[in-house]
Design a protein around this ligand. Structure first.
Ligand code: UDP
Ligand code: MG
Length: 319
């Protein structure tokens, strides 16, 4: 008899004491309908301030398939997913939110597609943005348009982090050891053959989202800076254009002085030009600063996460 394939479900959790039990029940029901696979639940507690860790301990005591890691503080979802990938033992690995926005009921179909052998990963994409403020949808669309134009990352509009992938792909993700992680970009950058599974947006079952407009805005800027050098190029092109314009201006002012002898007029326009150039300079320096700050964090080689508690001795605690 062939050995069963192992499937790891990584679940990053931050303050999910209410959602996690609901997620576990739903996922356990789905896994029961898939006896051909060995499932591992890999719960990552990302420094929750509520009783999420207690819930994890309880689930682990009840179900031997549950492994949990608990971070020493909140490191963010990207770090939680990375810890999951580092510690996942499955032949297939999936990342799933604890709030049921990534429906476990999609798993059988995703497994079936991977078994077909034609794809290395099955990713989910929500096809509607119902229940989201229109202004957020507008900025989200703009972000996807921009990042796809200026980077190699190939980020799909509406893509969620929920995807099931083969071991090979997980190894590639773990090999990308950057500290500033933007998973949507990483998944696209490493390539492999991905099947996109559309589904209707689902509302979170309990608790509340950790995102607001400004954190999303910052996240999108991070994404662009992580996967594109275009803003830097734009800054230097702007410099070139302004140098050329200023050269023409100098010639113009010089000739006017020689021909008409009228040096003093134009105070208003001078001030406007000074302010404008000053603004452009600050903007370009700001862009450089953004890249510099990212580079600064990268060269420090600080760990992505620190685990303070786990029920598995083999857990890689610092990486
Ligand atoms: N999450 C996390 N660390 C954080 C923020 C969120 O592990 O610092 C987890 C959270 O518990 C959930 C998933 O990431 O399982 C998605 O978070 P959320 O539902 O807030 O994001 P949304 O679905 O609104 O994009
Ligand atoms: Mg959510």
């Amino acid at each position: 008899m062939m050995e069963k394939k192992k499937v790891t479900l990584i679940v990053p959790c931050y303050n999910e004491e209410e959602s996690l039990p609901i997620f576990y029940e739903a996922a356990a029901e789905v896994t029961a309908s898939l006896p051909a696979y060995d499932f591992q639940f890999l719960l990552v507690n990302d420094g929750s301030k509520d009783k999420t860790l207690d819930v994890m301990r309880m689930l682990a005591a009840r179900d031997p398939r549950v492994t949990y890691l608990s971070f020493s503080r909140n490191f963010g979802k990207e770090a939680a997913m990375f810890a999951g990938f580092v510690n996942a033992k499955g032949d297939y690995v999936a990342v799933m939110d604890a709030d049921m926005q990534d429906p476990p009921s999609l798993l059988p179909q995703m497994l079936e597609i991977l078994e077909g052998g034609e794809y290395d990963s099955v990713a989910t994409r929500r096809v509607s943005r119902v229940g989201e403020p229109p202004i957020r949808s507008f900025f989200a669309r703009m972000f996807y348009r921009i990042i796809n134009r200026i980077s190699d990352a190939d980020v799909v509009d509406g893509a969620r982090d929920f995807r099931l992938m083969r071991r090979e792909m997980v190894d590639a993700i773990v090999s990308m050891c950057e500290v500033n992680r933007f998973s949507k970009g990483i998944f696209g950058w490493i390539g492999f053959r991905t099947y996109w599974l559309p589904y209707e947006n689902v509302q979170r079952v309990a608790g509340e989202t950790k995102w607001n407009f400004f954190s999303l805005f910052r996240y999108s800027i991070d994404g662009i800076i992580n996967f594109s050098q275009a803003p830097l190029a734009i800054a230097s092109y702007t410099g070139i254009v302004f140098t050329i314009i200023s050269f023409i201006m100098v010639v113009f002012v010089f000739l006017r002085r020689l021909i008409f002898g009228d040096p003093v007029a134009g105070w208003a326009s001078t001030i406007c030009i000074i302010l404008f150039i000053g603004g452009v300079q600050l903007l370009c320096m700001g862009i450089m600063g953004q890249y510099l700050s990212k580079a600064y964090l990268e060269v420090k080689h600080r760990p992505h996460y620190i685990v303070s508690e786990s029920n598995d001795d083999e857990t890689i605690r610092i990486r």
